[in-house]
Design a protein around this ligand. Structure first.
Ligand code: EPZ
Length: 417
């Protein structure tokens, strides 16, 4: 079990390159199941979840050619198995994203129900209700979803809750359905826009991506396309907060400031000096102390829930009291007890964590529980007095490419043990 050992107190300086977005690359890889010919996808992050998704698609008959920059050629011409087994789905919930494409192109799918995870029950009822409304026969038994459809029928859907992968699954399913599909209350995340751009390049006809109303006109066939995955806005925000917390000066490259307005505005509110160009953002916090900020997580363009743990860590050492309300997931404060072990002054009342900033955290052995919570603990380790040992960092490897290398380049004292 790998661990990260971090010696705190070193302001980060320098430049870091942001990788492609995990949560865009995953649905885009699933979307290659829809294509009659190969697709070429670049700027794919080299992450455990990505290799898991490729193994899952290989099980079905897809083939991949990967170059040494991890650019991927995906070929789903010979897919003849339509099953996503529990052994694979349990390690990565995003496997549910093969459901829509399999149903749309092959008319059948046998996908393990993705169990809950540390942060919540993570139901997929809206994915299934939407597909059923499009004419699929859906049966859930023995922990598996079995779905069949001669050909999906376009219809009007309205999602009870804004769901990112639910929107992605239904958008992909609608591309090959008979007739038109409207999806109301769709998620508006940038990763949805990136997926829609890829699908339209494949020959799909999707309008409204990035708004809460998607209009999809079904077509007969889709063909492989070229696509460059957009930058990871959560990785970007994580490094910006690392620079701010350590009182450093860092420039993040190969990113896009327009993907994380809500995060940048909160950093400005916290007193950070920010500048940006079309593909870079620079943070300067040298010699100054952060002010505490309040956040309320919400679907895009609101403050992203995937940045809540990182901002909680930032508030632990900021001036004043910060209130963090987590409205998306029911159990996304597991980093709090670990931060408290480092001396943080945090009280949880219902969905809100109340954080009173202190001068300095104290190093302690802590345990990662989910991807973004572990990022919050690494940030805390960067500023704590002493050596922090973060355990179970396989969570981190799922979402952050070479995190200790990138942080070491910026002057952090961090190593994998
Ligand atoms: C996506 O998860 C992301 N994962 C998550 O990132 C992210 O935290 C989340 O969106 C919210 O932004 C990927 O894109 C692979 P949801 P997803 O469906 O789609 C409820 C990370 O760190 N809901 O938008 O699973 C659900 O319970 C991960 O990379 C239903 O009730 O999240 C939650 O309360 C963690 N029924 C809310 O919607 C459904 O059928 C939002 O969940 C689906 C969702």
């Amino acid at each position: 079990m790998d661990q990260l050992l971090i010696t705190g107190g070193h302001p980060l300086q320098g430049e870091v390159r942001i990788s492609g977005a995990k949560n865009a690359a995953l649905p885009i890889l699933a979307a290659t199941l829809l294509a009659e010919t190969p697709s070429y996808i670049s700027n794919v992050p080299h992450l455990h979840d990505i290799t898991t998704m490729m193994h899952l698609l290989e099980e079905m008959g897809s083939t991949f050619v990967i170059d040494d920059h991890f650019n991927i050629e995906a070929n789903s011409q010979n897919v003849q198995k339509f099953t996503a087994p529990y052994e694979m789905v349990k390690t990565m919930r995003a496997s549910i994203l093969v459901l829509g494409p399999l149903l749309a192109r092959f008319g059948e799918a046998h996908v393990s129900l993705p169990g809950g995870c540390a942060i919540g029950a993570r139901p997929v009822n809206l994915h299934l209700q939407g597909l059923a409304a499009m004419g699929a026969d859906i049966c859930v038994e023995g922990g598996y979803i079995t779905a069949q459809a001669k050909r999906l029928q376009g219809t009007t859907l309205c999602l009870d809750v804004v769901t990112v992968t639910g929107t992605e699954n239904l958008m992909m399913a609608a591309t090959l359905a008979e007739g038109n599909t409207i999806i109301e209350n769709a998620a508006r995340e940038p990763e949805i826009i990136d997926l829609a751009i890829f699908l339209n390049r494949m020959g799909a006809r999707i309008e409204g991506a990035g708004t809460s109303t998607l209009r999809i006109t079904g077509v007969e066939k889709l063909y492989g396309a070229r696509h460059r995955v957009l930058p990871d806005r959560i990785e970007t925000g994580t490094y910006l907060i690392a620079a701010a917390m350590t009182g450093g000066k860092v420039k993040v490259n190969h990113t896009d400031a327009s993907l994380l307005d809500a995060v940048l505005l909160k950093l400005l509110e916290a007193g950070v000096t920010l500048s940006h160009g079309n593909d870079w953002i620079e943070v300067d916090m040298q010699g100054r102390r952060l002010r505490a900020v309040d956040i309320h997580t919400a679907p895009h363009p609101g403050f992203p829930t995937d940045m809540q743990a990182q901002l909680t860590a930032m508030n632990t050492i900021a001036e004043g009291v910060g209130m963090l309300t987590e409205s998306i997931f029911e159990n996304r404060f597991m980093h709090v007890s670990e931060l408290q072990r480092m001396g943080a002054n945090i009280r949880i009342e219902g969905k809100t964590a109340i954080v009173k900033g202190i001068e300095r955290l104290q190093a302690a052995p802590v345990m990662a529980t989910d991807l973004r919570a572990s990022a919050g603990l690494v940030l805390a380790g960067l500023v704590a007095e002493g050596d922090t040992l973060v355990d179970r960092i396989y969570h981190i490897d799922r979402g952050y490419e070479r995190i200790e290398e990138k942080l070491t380049q910026l002057g952090a004292h961090i190593r994998r043990v």
